[in-house]
Design a protein around this ligand. Structure first.
Ligand code: MN
Ligand code: MN
Length: 297
């Protein structure tokens, strides 16, 4: 990996750290998550080339892919287990990082388990390690805390302009002797729960991403597509970011047309199947003999 590319990953990582420190300072009983997401995204846009995806603020059994809706009234309450997932990009090079807080508490066993698993992964990851070895390690660490991993959410490789690359590192041992190469960028993440440990798709969808531009009929669909091509590119975007395009009803119709035509893809919120609470930890790691963790505070 070239030095300039590493520097861009590091810059994105530095900005993600600032965003995480700010986010943590705002999490308390009564915080409106709409305001929180807007402020975090503003901070990222001021300092980086942009967000790599909308800030995800997922509470309790909602595990991932919740970005506040237009006029979202949700507020944080003491005891909520909130996961903040932040994406920053500099020239398309991404920092993907997440942390969890139990509102009003210093810590939580699920958060400790997720963080411990990510930290052990960082200690052990080296060029040449196999996906099998790393997934087995993560499973062992999570189970040693007496909790379950969320099995259908995985750590992943990152490419320029692409949050989810080809490599997937699940939190349970899989038979896969593929080696992780020197210079690979990973968004390594672990979700933990006291529940069954599976997520299922929920509603309403609040996050979308470009698949391939196709001809669309509605005027609003064309405006959205132009915004995607010019601003969001291949990065996921929030429905909330389109609130000034048209009325909420017309916006929903346009998004429906874009999904049905295969222009954009939906990322519905993911909810733990047994409605159990979940925690998340994630860091972006550049794999070298001495790994570089760009997002670690
Ligand atoms: Mn993430
Ligand atoms: Mn990720």
């Amino acid at each position: 990996m070239e030095k300039e590319i590493i520097e861009k990953y590091k810059k994105a990582g530095e900005i993600s750290k600032q965003a995480k420190i700010f986010a943590r300072s705002q999490i308390k009983d009564g915080t409106k998550i709409l305001d929180l997401a807007d402020k975090i995204e503003k901070l990222i846009r001021e300092k980086a080339d942009g967000t790599a995806f909308p800030v995800n603020i997922s509470i309790n059994d909602i595990t991932a892919h919740y970005a506040p809706d237009i006029n979202d009234e949700t507020i944080l309450k003491n005891g909520d287990l909130v996961k903040i997932d932040i994406g920053v990009q500099v020239d398309g090079y991404i920092a993907d990082t997440a942390f969890s807080v139990c509102v009003g508490e210093k810590s939580h066993p699920l958060i400790k388990a997720a963080e411990d698993a990510v930290n052990k992964f960082i200690q052990e990851i080296r060029p040449g390690k196999t996906i099998e070895e790393m997934s087995a390690l993560v499973e062992e660490v999570v189970l040693s805390h007496g909790v379950n991993p969320v099995r259908n959410l995985a750590g992943h490789s990152i490419e320029q302009y692409l949050v989810h690359g080809n490599i997937s590192i699940p939190p349970t041992k899989i038979t896969n002797k593929q080696q992780i190469k020197e210079g690979a960028a990973l968004g390594f993440e672990v979700f933990t729960t006291n529940g069954e440990g599976w997520v299922k798709e929920s509603s309403p969808t609040l996050i979308y991403m470009l698949l391939y531009p196709k001809p669309v009929r509605l005027r609003e669909s064309r405006i959205i597509l132009e915004k995607i091509v010019n601003e969001y590119k291949t990065f996921p975007f929030a429905k909330r970011w389109l609130k000034d395009v048209t009325s909420p009803l017309r916006l929903q119709l346009a998004l429906r047309e874009l999904v049905n035509s295969g222009t954009i893809k939906e990322y519905p919120p993911l909810r733990e199947k047994s409605n159990a609470i979940t925690a998340q930890a994630e860091e972006t790691v550049l794999v070298f003999d001495k790994p570089i963790v760009t997002t670690k505070i």
